[in-house]
Design a protein around this ligand. Structure first.
Ligand code: DGT
Ligand code: CA
Ligand code: CA
Ligand code: ZN
Length: 575
């Protein structure tokens, strides 16, 4: 699917034209095409192959030709031409949160800022803040944006890595002589971002497998190619490459290698200390007493030899798994999940109908779902007016009567307004089976404000779940300054659940915050916040995040039966 990268290319063209001060009308039309492509569900490459590009809104013959150019060559001449007329470091500045094309243009024309170093200098010497239309607050936000970008530098989101790694592992699995392929590293541990992807395989002829691996379709660069290890990069999008390491090991050492290359480093250090205390050695080949291998073929045997149960990868961070190793046995799994309580439909900004969402949820084996479209103040997300929401309640109830085999609950994702009020009146909220309350505006307003608003929502008797509580977007926006301890306490006291959003861009609450919430006695709820039937499949990312927090089925609302769920929801409302 090339839609996301192509959308970025068109946006980039519009940005560079804006910086060069070109024609407004053309700039807007490229921006519009970028949005249309992003929102198109069908693969644009397919539409191009079928000659149907001009059916897309805003796409004429000229734009269609550019799209075809991209499909064929992986680049668009116009973008190269625009880039060549501007400093090479300039496009990077567009990635800085808080710095749009207008501000980049201003800094470029007024101060000759052409790259990151120039920008930092202009911040440090005060010249940026001195520009008309900039100001101290924008400059502070830009400085924070740079710091954020540098701290997240080069890592990719878990959800993106999973999509790349699984088919790749499958491809290696199909190579001749390969007995087994597994994912290791931070990806197996379910970390929210991934530095590189680590694969491990058992094969009799390592050099042959590595040779095939480095020649796979889509390989951009080969970083290493030997008898037991190959290292490649592939394109993630137009800007970023991802590194993938493949190691070939023998069956007798596979468990030890899988354990070693899963990490984390801190976990491995602790494990090695345990081995050393017993007078043994631990490395990627096994547990050794002198030359004698005591364990190595399975992870379980390695851990058992060291006096431990097998520890799930999500807990291998040296965050208490050695002190309480039994906790790993009870973690929630995807099979415990019985429903999904936050999803959108075409009624607001979803791409699928209620019937399609219900059918897809049924196919996943769910017993229930809740339809939670946006409320009126989320205008850009097609939020429902009060009248339309009353109608929606009737529509969802009717659908629940009509569609068999799954319970469809009436819900809404109600905005928590800037002053802490709910976006819908209580009588409307009371009519819903459950309410997800979320902050979508004034996120950067500071600790007191986001915390106060969230506490006010928790105080509302009809609010069942706080959606994506910290508003973070992985690699794009840091968590809001929410006082998790205060919110967790209020949520636990009032019988309000906190969401662990499984949406790959969010994973919010994140692992450490979810851990904190569980410790405070909070009920969590893992939801996908799907805007399309495909996104319902992101649930495992949320389950992984919850597992990293040590969550057991009892900590998760949507592991309950429908009767259990309704009972739990009823408790807050009856108080
Ligand atoms: P990443 O790729 O930055 O997201 O994180 P990891 O954990 O996947 O790290 P990576 O790819 O550098 O190495 C994979 C695993 O291999 C790591 O989790 C633990 C193991 N490992 C690598 N280098 C060392 C090391 O110097 N000491 C120890 N104890 N383990 C190592
Ligand atoms: Ca890695
Ligand atoms: Ca690696
Ligand atoms: Zn939302």
């Amino acid at each position: 699917m090339i839609n996301a990268e192509l959308s970025t290319v068109f946006r980039r063209i519009a940005d560079l034209m804006e910086i060069r001060g070109e024609d407004r009308f053309r700039i807007n039309s490229y921006r519009r095409v970028s949005r249309v492509i992003k929102d198109t569900i069908t693969d644009i490459a397919e539409l191009a192959a079928d000659g149907r590009l001009t059916e897309l809104p805003g796409v004429g013959k000229g734009t269609a030709a550019k799209i075809e150019e991209y499909v064929e060559r992986g680049s668009i001449g116009l973008l190269d031409e625009l880039s060549s007329k501007l400093p090479a470091g300039l496009p990077d500045l567009l990635e800085v949160p808080g710095l749009g094309p207008k501000k980049v243009a201003l800094a470029y024309h007024e101060l000759k800022v052409g790259g990151m170093q120039d920008l930092k200098r202009a911040i440090a010497d005060g010249s940026l803040a001195g520009l008309a239309g900039m100001g101290e607050i924008s400059v502070k936000r830009i400085a924070e944006g740079i710091a954020f970008l540098e701290s997240s530098g080069g890592r990719i989101a878990l959800g993106q890595a999973v999509i790349l790694a699984e088919p790749l592992a499958e491809t290696v699995r199909a190579m001749p002589g390969v007995e087994r392929v597994e994912i290791a590293g931070s990806l197996r541990r379910g970390c929210e971002t991934i530095g590189d992807i680590d694969l491990l395989c058992i094969a009799p002829d390592g050099a042959d497998i590595v040779g095939r691996f480095v020649k796979l379709d889509g390989v951009k660069r080969v970083l290493a190619s030997g008898a037991t290890k190959g290292s490649i990069t592939i394109d993630l999008d137009s800007k970023r490459e991802v590194q993938i390491d493949l190691r070939v090991v023998e069956a007798a050492a596979f468990g030890a290698a899988w354990q070693y290359f899963t990490g984390s480093k801190q976990h491995n250090v602790r494990l090695r200390e345990i081995a050393v205390k017993r007078g043994w050695r631990l490395n990627e080949y096994g547990v050794f007493d002198g030359e004698k291998r005591l364990a190595g073929s399975t992870e379980k045997a390695v851990y058992r030899k060291l006096g431990l149960p097998w520890i799930p990868p999500e807990l291998r961070e040296d965050r208490g798994e050695f002190e309480n190793p039994a906790a790993g046995e009870k973690l929630v799994t995807i099979d415990d999940i019985r429903g999904d309580l936050h999803m959108h439909t075409v009624a607001s900004d979803g791409k699928s109908t209620l019937d399609e969402m219900a059918a897809a949820a049924k196919a996943l084996g769910y017993a229930y779902i809740a339809i939670a479209d946006h409320s009126k103040s989320s205008a850009v997300a097609g939020g429902l007016s009060i009248d339309r929401m009353w109608q929606q309640i009737e529509d969802v109830r009717a659908a629940d009567g009509r569609i068999k085999g799954i319970k469809i609950l009436v819900a809404c994702e109600c905005d928590i307004l800037a002053d802490g009020r709910m976006d819908y009146p209580d009588d409307l909220l009371a009519e819903c089976d459950l309410v997800v309350a979320s902050i979508h505006s004034a996120i950067a307003a500071g600790r007191v404000s986001v915390t106060k608003r969230t506490l006010a929502a928790i105080d509302n008797p009809y609010v069942s779940i706080i959606g994506h509580p910290t508003s973070r977007l992985i690699n794009k926006r840091a968590s809001s300054d929410l006082d998790i301890a205060a919110v967790a306490k209020a949520a636990a006291d009032s019988h309000t659940a906190l969401e662990v959003s499984a949406a790959w861009k969010r994973l919010d609450l994140k692992d450490l915050h979810a851990r904190q919430a569980i410790d405070a006695g909070v009920m969590l709820c893992i939801n996908t916040d799907s805007h399309h039937t495909d996104q319902l499949k992101q649930m495992p990312l949320g389950v992984t995040t919850a597992r990293r927090a040590g969550a057991e089925p009892d900590h998760i609302l949507n592991t309950r039966t429908i009767a259990g769920l309704q009972k739990w929801l009823g408790r807050k409302r009856s108080h």
